[in-house]
Write a protein that binds this ligand. Sequence first.
Ligand code: NAD
Length: 480
Amino acid sequence: MTTLQYDSLYLFIAGEWLSAEGRDTSPVTNPANGKVIGRVPLATSGDLNRALGVAHTMSKVWECTLPVERAKILKAGADLIRTRADHIATQMTLEEGKPLAESKDEVLRAADYFEWFAEEAKRLDGRFVPANRPNVQQIVKRQAIGPVAAFTPWNFPAITPARKLAAALSAGCSVIIKPGEECPATALALARCLDDAGLPKGVLQMVFGVPDDVSKHLIASQVIRKVTFTGSVPVGRLLAARAAAGVKPITLELGGHGPVLIFNDADIASAAALGAANKFRGTGQICISSTRFLVQRAVYDEFVEHFVAATRALKVGNGMHPGVTIGPLANPRQIAKTEALVADAIQKGARLLTGGQRIASEGYFFEPTILADVPGDAHILSEEPFGPIAVVIPFDEIDDGLSEANRLPYGLSAYAFTSNASTAIKVADGLEAGMIGINQFRIVATELPFGGIKESGIGSEGGLEGIDHYLTNKFISQAY
Ligand code: NAD
């Protein structure tokens, strides 16, 4: 049943749901109207120490739980998430702002990750390697790496925790996760589903706090054997340095600046319509969002016309209202950053094709914005916007398009539209990105690895690759 009530917020430590009880709290705001809807308790260092002790103990218990039992619990968790999807989606739209239908889709996809990795728990096999000496048996085993510290952001409050939790729990690791303080209710609702599904108390613990204090505390602890983070490049770099100090592996899903190459032979109207939908989905606050639309010169004007028309047809508003396709930005920081990027580009000579303004109403709404003729020194051409700004840029030959696409240190997602098979292959080979969409933007699936190269990250989540980081190799060489 759908309810507009915002859930109470807790820490989930040692299997106990702890409310503020004298702890500091941080406000949670509805970005559609700027109103405070809840207060999330912030963990003390005593709370974190308690969580670490429990994570250590429960990692042994969970690792030794039969894979088939782990799978059963994760599958039951997925089923509960589906049953409660309407309620969880409402929580997400209240705290993050995205349209309710998108929130529900995200919750259901989060459930898919738990189901998919539940199955993988049963397939964590090893290798038998024939020896080069007589009377020796050699076995390579894969074992759970141990307690994981996970940090997730606010833009996908269900999918990002789900990708990390599903794989780590499937592998047999205990996890302490700190989701974004801006959107705690969604993550807590997922944890509640796993708890109700019978996950042993303390295998999963969820904390909130001052992000830097929590990550410093957890990563420095000898209990933690693996770190995983989704967020910005600067924070990723900081956490990687902390993990390196303890020689701990880290998985990083960081930012991007998605290029889209549109060739003369593409279906231009379709590329423009799909491009507008993709660019402004999540109000552009998506790491694999397309941002730089690189269009071959002969179809540049035609593309721009369709792209602007499709963008103007989008409906911005409160995600709870039917028909709304674009919600608010997540917080005032995002508004300030978007305004600054647009102002900088225009001041340097860019042409505004549509949008460009904050929408004067309560909440953090900004018009979907397209810029053309952007000079090379404008910040938007090198900084990840993480907001509703697209840039259109003409190019001549395939190599010119590729070199602009690959110019930045990012390498997360890239896209191309062409009807020519050899262009498609050349572009897919030449684009420096971890994920590539040809003639489409739908590149994320439970069964596929999700991750970037260059400064966009280390490692992949999802798919067969997604569980590897939570396992270590151990070989046993036995003489007989
Ligand atoms: P931010 O880097 O300050 O925060 C992003 C997330 O990281 C937040 O949820 C925050 O709680 C967490 N975080 C911040 N500092 C941390 C620390 N020291 N230790 C542990 N966690 C920490 O950025 P922001 O202003 O909230 O978001 C804007 C930028 O973040 C964007 O420009 C984008 O690059 C990046 N971002 C990327 C993704 C992604 O999916 N890769 C998601 C959200 C934000």
